[in-house]
Design a protein around this ligand. Sequence first.
Ligand code: NDP
Length: 501
Amino acid sequence: QNDMAATQITTHKNYICGQWVESVTGRTYQVHNPAHTDQIVGAFQTSGAEDALRAVAAAKEGLAIWGNTPAPARATIIYKALEIMGRRADEMAQAITIEEGKPIGDAAGEVKRSMNIMEYAAGEGRRMFGYTTPSELPNTVAYTVRRPLGIVGIITPWNFPLAIPAWKIAPALICGNALVFKPASATPLSAVKLMEIFEEAGLPPGVLNLVTGPGGQVGNALVESPDVKGISFTGSTEVGTELYAESAKRLKKVQAEMGGKNAVIVLADADMNKAMGGIVSGAFGSTGQRCTATSRVIVEEGVYDQFMAELLDRTSKLTIGDGIDPSIDVSPLASQNQKDKVMEYIGIGTEEGANLVYGGRALSGGDFDQGYYVEPTIFTDVSPDMRIAKEEIFGPVLTVFKAKDLTEAIDISNSVEFGLSSSVYTKDISKAYEYINTVETGMVHVNAPTLGGEVHLPFGGLNSSGVGQREQGTAMVDFFSEVITVYIDHAAEAGERAKFI
Ligand code: NDP
């Protein structure tokens, strides 16, 4: 039971130019706990385009200071923010669970992941490498140097309300940019807390601005503003595609991380215990609402029956309830919309002729009536042309395919428009490499779940899963900076260069 009773609703404000301010619309909206819909998490500003533009104007001021601050000095503020987040880690994890619904252990992992990227990004302050190279001219020095991209819009989804903002904001800050951050409307509390942390850490006014409110207005205003030089977006393929097209018209730099339909292949020689652990946590952990969640399993036919028996047994042992209880494996979906969408896909799967072998129901009765609960659900006899096999469901629904060998399994794996993450379970090194070389995803796992990633390695997908430069790893600096090429002729008098010209 959390202590956010409906009677003590806190109204949170936007953060613009170092001040907590109300939206010019004068309107607010409420966010509630997905596990207890009668509990209000807080009230937040329903901002519009004018608020977004005020934040852009503030960012101009911030950029003038921050862009000229040496990168190692920027790093000291990010290190300070890291220290503050460490102190507030439990509170941050609770905020994530209360507004998004994920199990508290997953939320704690999300806080840790956010801290990891802050640490990694701050370290980049002492690298930020350019390169030098011989010039073709005498007495000439040629080198490259990095400059901030400028004002950048950060637009994030609800499924990782802290980690996704952190893995965009920390890299953007170390590169010297000024930001306008628009979090998902469903999960603004973690965003507010992240602003508080950077404020306490001493970030100058205007460098990091928060504007909450509907994407159609606040997000659009950022895309349309000529002062915004780049957009870092994570969300649905539908919104990302539109945002990319609109930004292209204005020659903005964009990175868009979007949906997934991630598959695991289980070959006959796989360590079944290991595969099962990875698949159950990949499919049903965080209620299947990770972009890297496992939504398809392709099993080599020789082990199919054994696999299915173990999968059903493992799934039946999962506990379902409010994620604030540490013993819970599967918590509610994040919203009524999510619940409706998942239930609709379960209906579609049944109509398409797939075999519903486990779950499939929205849960009701007792505490379940207060949240958006759907049972872990498994379909077999799925064929690659079915909608449940191709479209992102973003919930606890696993589709199972049978394949005669690795080649057919890879064909099925590659038969979707998405290409975010994938995995194979096998002990055969040749088969593992055949898989690595032919599977069409941005992240490839062998004998490990489709989930996650480490912050010092690039994160992102192919095809409809992502466009633009990768996030995290050394790639982060490439997106958030411009490379400037410098030529210096240091000869005392006109010489060879004159001849060349
Ligand atoms: P949406 O695309 O609906 O929203 C993402 C963000 O974009 C939100 O902040 C939203 O605001 C905003 N937005 C909505 N419309 C516009 C617009 N016209 N212009 C600018 N911004 C807009 O996605 P969800 O929040 O529903 O997130 C779930 C999706 O995110 C899933 O499809 C999932 O796969 C994907 N995802 C991808 C990841 C990856 O790295 N590949 C990681 C995590 C999630 P508002 O909330 O106000 O609508």
